[in-house]
Ligand binder design. Sequence first.
Ligand code: MTE
Ligand code: HPA
Ligand code: MOS
Length: 767
Amino acid sequence: MKETDLPHSSILHHITGKSVYVNDIPMPDNGLYALPFISEKAHANIVSVNCYQARKLKGVVAILSFQDIPGENQMGPVINDEFCLAENKVEFIGQAIALIAAETKEIALQAAKLIEIEYEELPAIINVRQAMNNGELLSDARKIERGNIEKSLQESVHTFEGEFYSNGQEHWYLETQSTLCIPQEGKEIKIYCSTQHPSETQAIVAQVLGLPRHLLEVEVKRLGGAFGGKETQANHIAVWTALLAQYTGQAVKMHLSREMDQLITGKRHAFLSEYKVGFDSKGKINALDVILNAEGGAALDLSMAIVARAMFHIDNAYYIPHLKVLGKAWKTHQPPNTAFRGFGAPQAVAVIENIIDKIARFLKKDALEIRQRNFYSLENNTTHYGQKIEQNPMSNMLDDILESSKYIQRKKEIGAFNKDSHWIKKGIALVPVKFGISFTLAFLNQAGALVNIYQDGSVIVNHGGIEMGQGLHTKIKQIAALTLGVKAECIIISPTNTSKIPNTSATAASSGTDLNGKAVENACLILKDRLAKVFKEKYGKENENLIFENGMVSSDEYNISFKKLCSLAYTQQISLSSTGYYRTPNLYFDKKKGQGKPFHYFTYGFAVSEVEIDIFTGKHKLLRTDILHDVGESINATLDIGQIEGAFVQGLGWVTTEELKYDTGGRLLTISPDTYKIPCIDDIPLDFRVELSHHSSQENNIKKSKAVGEPPFIHALSVWLAIKEAISAVAHHKKEPELSIPATQEAILLSIEKIKKPARTDLSASP
Ligand code: MTE
Ligand code: HPA
Ligand code: MOS
């Protein structure tokens, strides 16, 4: 830990239970509790809805339907394809049909039971494969292509084709979706919402309520986790709550139960990818032809942006000369799937890493050798979408992780162990990660700040980013303290508020610190400049360089405390308040050509995981994980390591225990922690070693650091590949195991059973 590393600024409040979330804000006296009345059918016409009995229930204050919407009945974040309240048709289980406000939560729940609804059921599409057969896309397919795919496949020595499936994932933020709306004077409404994107929440509430945005003030103190699940879908809860508040003129709160939250909100996209790959006898990949098929859900949400990021990450860390990738988001009758840590990249990296693994097994070589043969290098350093990789620390990082993890030695030892051990098999795998940082829609890469200094030298920093546990406010505080040369305790970070910083982007794409940090730095530099002028007027010497450090401002001869200089500035009628702004330079992308520079830079990492599996039960144990991860020059190493550990463990859930299961009618069955298994203390590696790499420094980014939030999620694929390697050991590495994501205990057992069966063609490769 560096001396400058602050502990997470909410840590004491978190551990003493004092941190305030939406549900902790005291309800005004006449506050009402709200609930959506939702569809129980995946696809149906609504024949009739009868609220007569529900309305009669004592304590019910309002029940609204789409007919009560004063503005537009739309809440899609990108296009208007999502009804706020269903009109005459429902397209997924969990779609809101009516809104209930009552004096207590219990009354609202009771009222929901009294609403009578008659459906006419229609055929429902409830998974991506059915959707592909059905043929309805949510938006036009996208394509990126380099080289000549047909010819290069024909000319390849070996070719494979196959399919790869990865399941979706529930966000499982600890704080479920929640909003409290308090009507103010006139038509104004104050909205406390657990959202990653207050400006969009404001915009969509305005659209639905038929109000200009300036009447709506959205404020966010912190979120109890989000992971992408509150980038767009917090808007729904906000809009529903705001409609009821506007209608009743009373404060209204909606705080979803865990089951309701899991049932009605969108998740990580399941992907069913189809590929053809061509390679030579050394394992050098020459051609890759892939279609990434995402399970979109009933409306577009962010699906095409997610598919685009998947397309940008199908190469992972490898130079593939001939590459064609198509991205498709398929319509199903499920809640619209949405952003989730990694934003499509993990799904794509899984495809290419599984291909590499398969090639290695086919050629009877170590997968590491195949990976090394295909890495981007000094000569081969342009991605399939035309972005040049400027700095690439991968070869140094690989040396380091091989040294620290002893991968090669352990792989040999595991080989020897597996020879003698019949019931327990071990596997080890190494996975690289390269991740592009920036919103892929270039204009979103902007941020604003407002820094106010009081006469006593204390500072309040406002910025557009959201604290969701990742430590953004702590990093921002450090940036402001370093820039102004004051102690961190002189600074507080204000709750994020649309009245202070307008038109912000979501805190997403891992770029919260990059964007808001730069905007805050910009505001601080403006203020510093003003203070320097005051100093120079007092002491003379126009061109001298001043040092702002430890709460003092000094020249060669003079010094004055920051506090005194601030109060002097005030008496000299100098403003101590400044906005700041930042936009990432030089980003562009031509969608038609599929070429450009979508990312400001890349971050990198490696993970090595070792597992053992019990071939009778399919149970696995994660023995050890080593991660080496690149965050440039870390702003706060403790927070960065926490993010890497957290992302890895969240990824671990995705690749092993978390399984979304639906019944034949499309109803999600796994809607509580007893059936949906997120990782627990037992699941983390027995030996867990996380290191920050020291091989890169991102000169053009805030304090030379790099973003950290999402990329380390992908390291969990090392566990999945290690499990696959252990299964493969059951058949002495002569057959390709059949395994998709997640590798649950059942899936592992089934895969073992299949691989044990004799007399099957070994691999589906053609010479
Ligand atoms: N860490 C915590 N504790 N809680 C979260 O909700 N979200 C992740 C990541 N780390 C998240 C988290 C996701 S999906 C993103 S995009 C980034 O944090 C967003 O914050 P940042 O841009 O400040 O890193
Ligand atoms: N990443 C995360 N969230 C986003 C993006 C992205 O690239 N684009 C829009 N929302
Ligand atoms: Mo993160 S999925 O970009 O909110």
